[in-house]
Design a binder for this molecule. Structure first.
Ligand code: HEM
Length: 187
Protein backbone atom coordinates (compact mmCIF):
# COMPACT_ATOMS: atom_id res chain seq x y z
CA UNK A 1 0.00 0.00 0.00
CA UNK A 2 1.32 3.46 -0.85
CA UNK A 3 1.51 6.02 1.92
CA UNK A 4 1.01 9.70 1.16
CA UNK A 5 1.14 13.05 2.82
CA UNK A 6 -2.15 14.48 4.16
CA UNK A 7 -1.69 17.43 1.82
CA UNK A 8 -1.82 15.36 -1.33
CA UNK A 9 -4.67 13.36 0.12
CA UNK A 10 -6.83 16.39 0.72
CA UNK A 11 -6.26 17.42 -2.86
CA UNK A 12 -6.95 13.94 -4.11
CA UNK A 13 -10.25 13.85 -2.25
CA UNK A 14 -11.40 16.83 -4.33
CA UNK A 15 -10.18 15.06 -7.45
CA UNK A 16 -11.92 11.89 -6.32
CA UNK A 17 -15.21 13.76 -5.88
CA UNK A 18 -14.81 15.19 -9.36
CA UNK A 19 -14.05 11.79 -10.86
CA UNK A 20 -17.10 10.25 -9.19
CA UNK A 21 -19.39 13.01 -10.49
CA UNK A 22 -17.97 12.73 -14.01
CA UNK A 23 -18.18 8.94 -13.88
CA UNK A 24 -21.78 8.89 -12.67
CA UNK A 25 -22.92 11.31 -15.32
CA UNK A 26 -20.96 9.48 -18.02
CA UNK A 27 -22.37 6.10 -16.95
CA UNK A 28 -25.83 7.41 -17.72
CA UNK A 29 -24.70 7.92 -21.32
CA UNK A 30 -22.57 4.88 -21.98
CA UNK A 31 -21.53 2.05 -19.69
CA UNK A 32 -18.23 1.33 -21.43
CA UNK A 33 -17.16 4.95 -21.53
CA UNK A 34 -18.21 5.41 -17.90
CA UNK A 35 -16.13 2.47 -16.71
CA UNK A 36 -13.13 3.72 -18.68
CA UNK A 37 -13.48 7.11 -16.98
CA UNK A 38 -13.67 5.39 -13.61
CA UNK A 39 -10.49 3.40 -14.21
CA UNK A 40 -8.69 6.49 -15.52
CA UNK A 41 -9.85 8.47 -12.49
CA UNK A 42 -8.73 5.75 -10.11
CA UNK A 43 -5.36 5.45 -11.80
CA UNK A 44 -4.89 9.21 -11.63
CA UNK A 45 -5.95 9.15 -8.01
CA UNK A 46 -3.47 6.38 -7.18
CA UNK A 47 -0.76 8.20 -9.08
CA UNK A 48 -1.17 11.03 -6.57
CA UNK A 49 0.09 8.59 -3.99
CA UNK A 50 -3.17 7.71 -2.27
CA UNK A 51 -3.88 4.28 -0.87
CA UNK A 52 -6.17 1.88 -2.71
CA UNK A 53 -8.63 2.34 0.18
CA UNK A 54 -8.95 6.05 -0.60
CA UNK A 55 -9.00 5.58 -4.34
CA UNK A 56 -12.26 3.69 -4.13
CA UNK A 57 -15.32 4.92 -2.27
CA UNK A 58 -14.41 4.68 1.41
CA UNK A 59 -16.27 2.09 3.46
CA UNK A 60 -18.67 3.61 5.96
CA UNK A 61 -18.60 1.81 9.31
CA UNK A 62 -21.22 1.98 12.02
CA UNK A 63 -20.23 2.84 15.59
CA UNK A 64 -21.65 -0.49 16.81
CA UNK A 65 -19.34 -2.36 14.43
CA UNK A 66 -16.21 -0.33 15.22
CA UNK A 67 -16.51 -0.65 19.01
CA UNK A 68 -16.35 -4.45 18.80
CA UNK A 69 -12.71 -4.14 17.67
CA UNK A 70 -11.33 -3.35 21.11
CA UNK A 71 -8.49 -5.79 21.70
CA UNK A 72 -4.72 -5.75 21.28
CA UNK A 73 -5.01 -8.17 18.38
CA UNK A 74 -7.93 -6.30 16.82
CA UNK A 75 -7.98 -2.60 17.56
CA UNK A 76 -9.93 0.08 15.64
CA UNK A 77 -10.03 3.78 16.47
CA UNK A 78 -12.36 6.63 15.49
CA UNK A 79 -10.45 9.87 15.00
CA UNK A 80 -11.93 12.96 13.28
CA UNK A 81 -14.68 11.01 11.57
CA UNK A 82 -12.31 8.40 10.19
CA UNK A 83 -11.79 4.79 11.20
CA UNK A 84 -8.28 3.38 11.69
CA UNK A 85 -7.27 -0.23 12.17
CA UNK A 86 -4.18 0.22 14.34
CA UNK A 87 -3.72 -3.49 15.12
CA UNK A 88 -0.35 -3.70 13.29
CA UNK A 89 0.79 -0.56 15.13
CA UNK A 90 0.04 -1.69 18.69
CA UNK A 91 3.59 -2.83 19.48
CA UNK A 92 5.21 0.16 17.78
CA UNK A 93 3.07 3.02 19.08
CA UNK A 94 5.44 5.29 21.08
CA UNK A 95 2.66 5.99 23.59
CA UNK A 96 2.14 2.26 24.16
CA UNK A 97 -0.67 -0.12 23.30
CA UNK A 98 -2.61 0.46 26.54
CA UNK A 99 -3.36 4.03 25.59
CA UNK A 100 -4.63 2.93 22.17
CA UNK A 101 -6.84 0.30 23.78
CA UNK A 102 -8.26 2.91 26.16
CA UNK A 103 -9.25 4.98 23.12
CA UNK A 104 -11.47 2.23 21.68
CA UNK A 105 -15.24 2.14 22.15
CA UNK A 106 -15.60 5.89 21.69
CA UNK A 107 -14.72 8.84 19.50
CA UNK A 108 -10.98 9.12 20.25
CA UNK A 109 -10.51 12.51 18.55
CA UNK A 110 -10.02 14.44 21.80
CA UNK A 111 -7.65 11.82 23.24
CA UNK A 112 -5.60 11.94 20.05
CA UNK A 113 -5.53 15.74 19.88
CA UNK A 114 -4.80 16.19 23.60
CA UNK A 115 -1.46 14.42 23.14
CA UNK A 116 -0.42 16.95 20.48
CA UNK A 117 0.69 14.37 17.93
CA UNK A 118 3.35 15.50 15.47
CA UNK A 119 2.83 15.92 11.73
CA UNK A 120 4.71 12.69 11.09
CA UNK A 121 2.29 10.88 13.42
CA UNK A 122 -0.60 12.30 11.38
CA UNK A 123 1.00 11.16 8.12
CA UNK A 124 1.47 7.73 9.63
CA UNK A 125 -2.27 7.46 10.25
CA UNK A 126 -2.99 7.12 6.52
CA UNK A 127 -1.46 3.65 6.64
CA UNK A 128 -4.15 2.47 9.03
CA UNK A 129 -7.15 4.22 7.45
CA UNK A 130 -9.98 1.78 6.69
CA UNK A 131 -12.95 4.08 6.10
CA UNK A 132 -15.32 6.67 7.50
CA UNK A 133 -17.59 6.50 10.52
CA UNK A 134 -21.35 6.87 10.06
CA UNK A 135 -21.76 9.94 12.28
CA UNK A 136 -25.45 9.23 12.88
CA UNK A 137 -24.52 6.02 14.75
CA UNK A 138 -22.12 7.72 17.19
CA UNK A 139 -23.81 8.34 20.55
CA UNK A 140 -23.83 11.97 21.69
CA UNK A 141 -21.54 12.68 24.63
CA UNK A 142 -23.20 12.52 28.04
CA UNK A 143 -26.44 10.98 26.85
CA UNK A 144 -25.83 7.62 28.46
CA UNK A 145 -26.03 7.44 32.26
CA UNK A 146 -26.53 3.95 33.66
CA UNK A 147 -29.89 3.97 35.45
CA UNK A 148 -28.68 2.49 38.75
CA UNK A 149 -25.77 4.90 38.96
CA UNK A 150 -27.93 7.91 38.20
CA UNK A 151 -30.36 6.93 40.94
CA UNK A 152 -27.63 6.39 43.55
CA UNK A 153 -25.93 9.63 42.68
CA UNK A 154 -29.06 11.70 43.12
CA UNK A 155 -29.57 10.23 46.60
CA UNK A 156 -26.11 11.25 47.73
CA UNK A 157 -25.68 14.50 45.87
CA UNK A 158 -25.61 17.81 47.77
CA UNK A 159 -28.47 19.02 45.54
CA UNK A 160 -30.74 16.42 47.03
CA UNK A 161 -29.82 17.40 50.63
CA UNK A 162 -30.39 21.09 49.84
CA UNK A 163 -33.85 20.33 48.47
CA UNK A 164 -34.77 18.40 51.64
CA UNK A 165 -33.48 21.24 53.82
CA UNK A 166 -35.41 23.84 51.83
CA UNK A 167 -38.54 21.94 52.71
CA UNK A 168 -37.68 21.08 56.34
CA UNK A 169 -36.20 24.37 57.61
CA UNK A 170 -39.41 26.47 57.20
CA UNK A 171 -41.36 23.68 58.88
CA UNK A 172 -38.93 23.62 61.81
CA UNK A 173 -39.10 27.42 62.19
CA UNK A 174 -42.89 27.27 62.17
CA UNK A 175 -42.91 24.51 64.77
CA UNK A 176 -40.44 26.41 66.95
CA UNK A 177 -42.52 29.58 66.75
CA UNK A 178 -45.58 27.60 67.74
CA UNK A 179 -43.83 26.06 70.77
CA UNK A 180 -42.38 29.39 71.92
CA UNK A 181 -45.77 31.06 71.58
CA UNK A 182 -47.44 28.35 73.67
CA UNK A 183 -44.85 28.55 76.47
CA UNK A 184 -44.81 32.32 76.67
CA UNK A 185 -48.57 32.71 76.50
CA UNK A 186 -49.98 34.24 79.65
CA UNK A 187 -52.76 32.23 81.18
C1 HEM B 1 -3.67 6.09 14.23
C2 HEM B 1 -3.53 6.61 15.42
C3 HEM B 1 -2.24 7.01 16.05
C4 HEM B 1 -0.99 7.15 15.53
C5 HEM B 1 -0.53 6.90 14.09
C6 HEM B 1 -0.12 7.59 16.60
C7 HEM B 1 1.24 7.84 16.46
C8 HEM B 1 2.06 8.33 17.45
C9 HEM B 1 3.42 8.73 17.28
C10 HEM B 1 4.22 8.70 15.97
C11 HEM B 1 3.89 9.15 18.49
C12 HEM B 1 5.30 9.74 18.80
C13 HEM B 1 5.19 11.23 19.06
C14 HEM B 1 4.71 12.01 17.86
O1 HEM B 1 5.33 11.88 16.77
O2 HEM B 1 3.71 12.74 17.99
C15 HEM B 1 2.82 8.98 19.43
C16 HEM B 1 2.92 9.25 20.77
C17 HEM B 1 1.88 9.13 21.66
N1 HEM B 1 0.58 8.84 21.36
FE1 HEM B 1 -0.12 8.26 19.57
N2 HEM B 1 -0.83 7.71 17.75
C18 HEM B 1 -2.14 7.39 17.46
C19 HEM B 1 -3.22 7.40 18.31
C20 HEM B 1 -3.14 7.76 19.63
C21 HEM B 1 -4.27 7.86 20.52
C22 HEM B 1 -5.73 7.63 20.14
C23 HEM B 1 -3.79 8.23 21.75
C24 HEM B 1 -4.51 8.51 23.02
C25 HEM B 1 -5.48 7.83 23.49
C26 HEM B 1 -2.35 8.33 21.62
C27 HEM B 1 -1.49 8.65 22.65
C28 HEM B 1 -0.14 8.86 22.53
C29 HEM B 1 0.74 9.15 23.64
C30 HEM B 1 0.34 9.26 25.12
C31 HEM B 1 1.99 9.32 23.09
C32 HEM B 1 3.29 9.62 23.84
C33 HEM B 1 3.54 11.09 23.87
C34 HEM B 1 4.83 11.39 24.55
O3 HEM B 1 5.24 10.62 25.41
O4 HEM B 1 5.43 12.39 24.18
N3 HEM B 1 -2.00 8.06 20.32
N4 HEM B 1 1.72 8.49 18.79
Amino acid sequence: MIVLSPHSCRFSRIVHGFVVVVTRSTLRGSDVEGKRTLYLGKAFFLSLGCSEEMASDPKVHTFEDVVTHNQTKDCWLIISGKVYNVTPFMDDHPGGDEVLLSATGKDATNDFEDVGHSDSAREMMEKYYIGEIDASTVPQKGTYIPHQQAHNNSDKSPDFVIKILQFLVPLLILALAFVVRNYTKKD
